[in-house]
Design a protein around this ligand. Structure first.
Ligand SMILES: Cc1cc2nc3c(=O)[nH]c(=O)nc-3n(C[C@H](O)[C@H](O)[C@H](O)COP(=O)(O)OP(=O)(O)OC[C@H]3O[C@@H](n4cnc5c(N)ncnc54)[C@H](O)[C@@H]3O)c2cc1C
Length: 412
């Protein structure tokens, strides 16, 4: 009799798992069914990389693991077994999509189309996997098999791969069903919150962010909670109508607590030098350019619109360098190095690129992605308590985990 394998959720992780079964089956009698609630699998996948699909990242695996925060060690065996180079070989050789490397080791298809990646995945598994679309799994019961109930009937499987995603971008189908199903099977769900999300400013900072909307700066971003700096990151920040976005803000958003009382962000607009060094540099500029307006001097460090904002906040917009007092200079330094951004709300999970939290890693075997509580159950993708930084890390995690789960099931 065939081994009946049910993949619940046809996003990136579920599609990758179906592909691995096809690649690795080598004559084994398996019967793979992928159940997807949308009318087509991989809707979130088509949004990745701004529609271009940053499929992986070619950093060395020992560097790569650091991009998964607390989950780096858990994921290490999976990355070693099926790493970025394996992903690239699979996409180029099996899917037939040439790839290219961009800045920061990010890998994209040459065609710049995430939809093409999704379509190639579906096409690859079309002769090996039964794909049930418009079918929502509502419950999984454990008898002699896994009894899966959907809105279109019941199915029995010997193995289940749970890959219903997280709770972000709910319009793509990731509505938290992984957590409900995993919990019903005895698993613990770590608190679910936004990661890689933009941040809304409060009323004290909203006007400034709106005025500077669309302006990018390279800044140190830090999150302060109850008087303590709890996280810091340096990178590009983009002012927006609603507050702040851009890679550095998105990266640090996972650290903003759900209760945002007594929490704010700070931007260091000159992250390459210390407070003291910037103060010295400013004094030198003042001495050497007495007839220049302060906003013009600051434009050496930040875009002119940001420089104008800083002088306006410090009441120095009409001042020339020669009129600057020590107090004026200290104020400008303070705003340039510690620009306070009030936070209006905890980052919105529906606008998050990934979900932090999910199925507890303590209950998953990191060598197989199998449940330690329920033999035959595997959990992969965003359903797990793993969130990577941006740059292809999250899809690579899906790919590595899918490989381990498929390999383990086929070895049994
Ligand atoms: C805008 C955006 C851009 C991104 N860009 C990148 C990028 O460039 N590179 C990168 O590495 N990562 C990127 N990510 C993150 C990446 O998309 C996710 O990490 C990845 O899609 C997670 O895959 P998944 O299969 O676990 O979940 P999902 O892709 O969310 O798939 C879960 C699937 O399960 C289905 N499902 C849910 N519940 C049920 C149910 N009860 N029954 C049946 N089916 C169900 C859903 O419809 C969905 O299709 C991006 C995310 C977003 C939102």
């Amino acid at each position: 009799m065939s081994i009946r394998i049910g993949i619940i959720g046809g996003g990136a992780a579920g599609l990758f798992a179906a592909c691995q079964f096809k690649r690795l089956a080598s004559g084994k009698d398996i019967d793979v069914t992928l159940i997807e609630k949308n009318s087509i699998p991989g809707i979130k996948l088509t949004l990745t990389g701004h529609g271009r699909c940053n499929i992986t990242n070619l950093k060395d695996i020992s560097d790569l693991r650091n991009g998964y925060h607390e989950a780096g060690n858990f994921l290490y065996p999976a990355l070693r077994q099926f790493g970025p180079k394996d992903t690239m070989r699979f996409v180029e050789n099996d899917l037939g999509l040439p790839l290219k490397e961009e800045d920061n080791n990010r890998i994209f298809p040459v065609c710049d189309s995430a939809a093409a990646v999704r379509d190639a995945l579906i096409s690859y598994i079309s002769d090996s996997t039964r794909i049930l679309t418009n079918t929502t799994v509502s419950s999984i019961a454990v008898t002699s098999a896994f009894d899966v109930t959907t809105d279109h009937g019941k199915y029995d499987f010997d193995f289940i791969i749970l890959s219903c995603g997280g709770s972000s971008f709910t319009k793509t189908g990731s509505t938290g069903d992984s957590y409900v199903l995993a919990k019903s099977l005895g698993h613990t769900i770590e608190t679910v919150k936004a990661a890689l999300a933009p941040v809304r400013a409060d009323s004290s900072s909203a006007g400034m962010c709106r005025d500077l909307s669309g302006v990018p700066v390279i800044a140190g971003v830090s999150v302060w909670h109850e008087g303590r700096k709890i996280a810091a990151y340096v990178g590009e920040v983009l002012f927006a109508e609603f507050g702040l976005t851009g890679p550095a803000v998105m990266e640090i958003s996972r650290e903003i607590p759900a209760d945002i009382r007594d929490t704010y962000m700070e931007l260091d607009l000159v992250p390459s030098v210390s407070d003291e060094e910037f103060d010295r540099q400013l004094q030198t500029l003042i001495d050497e350019h007495a007839d220049t307006k302060m906003a013009n001097l600051l434009s050496r460090y930040v875009p002119a619109s940001v420089a104008a904002e800083i002088t306006s906040r410090t009441g120095t917009e009409d001042m020339y360098a020669q009129g600057f007092t020590r107090e004026n200079r200290k104020k400008v330094c303070r705003e340039m190095k510690h620009l306070k951004i009030g936070i209006g709300a905890a980052p919105d999970i529906d606008k998050a690129y990934v979900t932090r939290g999910g199925v507890s890693l303590r209950e998953i075997d990191r060598k197989t992605m199998g449940s330690k509580l329920l033999p035959g159950l595997y959990v992969i993708g965003e359903a797990l308590d793993i969130d990577g930084i941006s740059g292809g890390y999250n899809l690579q995690a899906c790919m590595s985990e899918a490989y381990l789960a498929a390999r383990s099931i086929l070895d049994r």
